[in-house]
Ligand binder design. Sequence first.
Ligand code: WQD
Length: 340
Amino acid sequence: MAQILVTGGLGFIGSHTVVELIAAGHEPIIVDNLSNSTISVLDGIAAISGKRPAFEQVDLKEKSQVQDLFKKYSSIKGIIHFAAFKAVGESVGKPLEYYENNLGSLVYILQEMRDHHLDNLIFSSSCTVYGEADELPITESSPVKVAISPYGNTKQVGEELIQAASEAHDFNVISLRYFNPIGAHPSAQIGESPLGVPLNLVPFVTQTAAGVREQLSVFGDDYETRDGTNERDYIHVVDVAKAHVVALGRLLNRKNEDAYEVYNLGTGKGSTVLEVIQSFERVSASKLNYKIVERRRGDVTAAYADTTKANEVLGWFAEKSLDDAIADAWRWEKKIRNID
Ligand code: WQD
C-alpha cells in the first residue's frame, strides 16, 4: 500500500476519506491549515481507525511551506487534494481570497509534483461546474457552463489547470465531481461541522432540530419540480470517500485509460428540499420547524448525476440511501450537542 498526501484532510469529505484510506491499508498524511476544521477531528479518525495519521499544519498558499512539505514526505505515491474554500455565497463577496486560496495552492502542489516527479493526483471537483444543466441526469460530457460563483469558477479553472499540467508533465489525474455530499460516519466519531451559520441544507436541518437554529427557511417552492422545491443528488459522504480510494487504486495500478479522467459522484437520484425534510421527519420521528421563503440567488432548479461512467468504468456504486445519510447526520448532530 502507499503513503498518500491528503490536503484538507481534517475537513468533511477529507476526514471521511482518510478513514477509508486507512481501512484500505494506505498511510494517509493529513495536511490542513485548520481554517475551516478543528484538530479534534484527528481524535475521531483515530477512534474509528485505531490509527492516528501524521498531521502537518501547513498553509498551502505559502509556497515555501509547500516546498518543505514535499521535501519532508519524499516517498508519497499520490495526492488527494481537498483543501479549498467552498462556500458558494461567501465566494461572491470574497472572489480574490477564493482565487488566491483555491488556485494558488493548487499551482504550488502541481509545481512540487513536477519537481519531485510525482504523478498521481485525485482532485476534489464539483457538480457546480455544470451550472443549470440543459439535460438531466447530468453526464461527464454535459457542457461546463459559465460559473454562477467564483467558487464554482475555481473548480472549473482548477480542472483546466490540472489538464494543462498533466499534458505537460505526464501526470495521471482523476477529477471527482461531487454532487451533494451529506451525512456522517455511522460511528458518529466524525461528521460535518460547519463553522457559523450553515449554508448547506442538511446541517441546517439537523441544527434546527437540535434547537441550535430557530427555523429552517426553504428557499422557494415555485420551481419547475414535482413539489416546487429544488432537486439535488444527495450522496452519503462515506460513499464519496470510498470512491476516492477506488479512484486512487486505479491510478496506483495504472488502470487509467487517459492521463486525465473525470467522474461524477452521485446516487443518480434527485430529492427535493421537501423530500429531504420528509426524510428527516421519518428517521427522527419528529416534525421539523420550517417555512417557505423567497428563492436564493444562484440556485439551480435541479441537478442529479448520470452515474454510468463511475459505475461501469470506475466500478464504484453509491450504496447508501437518503434516509441512511439523514439518520447518520442526525446521530452526529445529537452526539456533538449532547442530545440523547
Ligand atoms: C441544497 C438545496 C437550496 C439551505 C452544494 C455546495 C456546492 C456543491 C454542491 C461541492 C438548495 C436549499 C439550502 C437552506 C434551503 N458541493 N436550501 N435552505 O446549493 O446544491 O450546493 O452542493 O462542491 O459547493 O454548496 O447545496 O445544501 O446549499 O442547497 O432551502 O437553509 O437546499 O435552495 O435547493 P447546493 P445546499
